[in-house]
Design a protein around this ligand. Structure first.
Ligand code: SF4
Ligand code: SF4
Length: 136
């Protein structure tokens, strides 16, 4: 059975230079589409992928990633904002890799667009009053 899933991969610094995605293609016959790639402030590699292939090979590929030390998040995680805690400080605007936050010029409020969120988690650490929350 074929599967296609969108996942977030976080590479520790020691793995950033290694050809891990190439191994997914060569050893597990998976197809990938890179939706987002960046380096976090902690110099971790962050990759959002759509990964397609046979279910068994997909599972083996995911096991390979985990054994190698790559952290995997599913995009099914939901990120929300606790509106009562948000102080509209704007710290999240600069860290978000997908532009899910924007400053509304008239009200000076920071708008959060959950549809653009890829659940990378960067805003959760960056938000001073801990208004951003991740739900599994
Ligand atoms: S960093 Fe937190 S408090 Fe500041 S605007 Fe973003 S969500 Fe609101
Ligand atoms: S988790 Fe936060 S920083 Fe990451 S994409 Fe979603 S809103 Fe942006």
């Amino acid at each position: 059975m074929a599967v296609a899933k969108r996942i977030v991969l976080r590479f520790p610094r020691r793995l950033v230079e290694r050809p891990i995605i190439y191994r997914l293609v060569k050893d597990y016959d998976l197809e990938f589409n890179i939706l987002k790639a960046s380096i976090t402030p902690e110099e971790e590699g962050l990759l959002v992928l759509e990964l397609k292939g046979d279910q068994r090979e997909y599972d083996k590929g995911i096991n390979f990633l985990i054994k190698t030390g790559v952290k995997i998040q599913s995009l099914s995680q939901d990120v929300t904002r606790n509106e009562e805690r948000c102080t509209n400080c704007g710290a999240c605007i600069t860290v978000c890799p997908t532009g899910a936050f924007a400053l509304e010029s008239q009200t000076r409020r920071v708008i959060f667009d959950n549809e653009k969120c890829i659940a990378c988690g960067l805003c959760i650490k960056a938000c001073p009053p801990r208004a951003m929350e991740v739900h599994f």
